[in-house]
Ligand binder design. Structure first.
Ligand code: MN
Length: 248
């Protein structure tokens, strides 16, 4: 009995190697799991559930087959795919989760999050986040034609890459006080998130109590998964087969 957690695949048509590994993961592993939790940034960008992109359609189909086959699939928004909505959920039979989400598993309490909300040292990003997570802003966006939304998303990605290139590792990481405040608020000793692309298991203490923060890695060069069975959670690397074309 195993529950799987992944995040930060950043799927896009320009990276068929990531999709190939993801589909293999679904067919070979998730199909026999108790549940699959996707903690955000499954897609590199998402401008609305009405996008007919064929690459995304193939991923949606695979998620639907997995869910229909009996593996419940849960999805939490990341900072790239926060526009995923109820139509996507209907089409894929995936259940959308709020961020954060408290999960009870194997008698333990674990708080799930994408992670970007805890990056409080990046003040400019938090302002952007507040704006783009506002339902009124999203409704206004969805009024725009698809081509316009795709152009806006391209610009946003370019701006984000430029910001990231000049930002210190410290500022773009989660803030430890924000981590502890969130864990206190939800009375958990275990937090599982992605976003920072810095896979690790951090052990620390909050008010003298042992606490753990597990960070999932991205799927750019290899996969990253947390497998949770009766022995507890394990963070593992999924090696990628060196076949197919590696784009620039
Ligand atoms: Mn992210």
């Amino acid at each position: 009995m195993t529950t799987l957690f992944i995040s930060d695949l950043h799927l896009e048509s320009a990276r068929p190697d990531i999709a190939a590994q993801f589909l293999e993961f679904l067919h070979e592993e998730a199909v026999s799991a108790d549940a699959l939790y996707i903690l955000g940034d499954l897609f590199e960008s998402w401008v609305g559930d009405d996008d007919p992109d064929e690459h995304y359609a193939s991923i949606k189909q695979a998620l639907r087959e997995l869910a229909k086959g009996g593996t419940p699939v849960f999805f939490m928004h990341g900072n790239r795919d926060f526009m995923i909505g109820t139509r996507f959920a209907d089409e894929t039979s995936v259940t959308l989760l709020p961020d954060p989400y408290l999960l009870k598993i194997e008698g333990m309490r674990v708080l799930l999050s994408h992670g970007d909300a805890m990056c409080t040292d990046d003040i400019e990003y938090q302002q952007i986040r507040q704006m783009t997570r506002n339902p009124a802003w999203q409704a206004m966006m969805l009024q725009k034609p698809l081509v316009e939304r795709l152009a806006i998303a391209r610009q946003a990605r370019a701006a984000s890459m430029q910001r990231g290139a000049t930002m210190s590792l410290e500022i773009s990481d989660v803030n430890q006080s924000a981590v502890e405040a969130l864990m206190n608020q939800h009375a958990v000793s275990l937090l599982l998130h992605g976003h920072t692309h810095r896979p690790a298991v951090h052990e620390f203490s909050i008010d003298g109590q042992a606490a753990t923060r597990i960070v999932l890695g991205d799927w750019y060069e290899q996969g990253s998964v947390v497998r949770w069975d009766r022995h507890g959670p394990r963070l593992e690397v999924l090696k990628r087969k060196k076949i197919g074309v590696r784009p620039q």
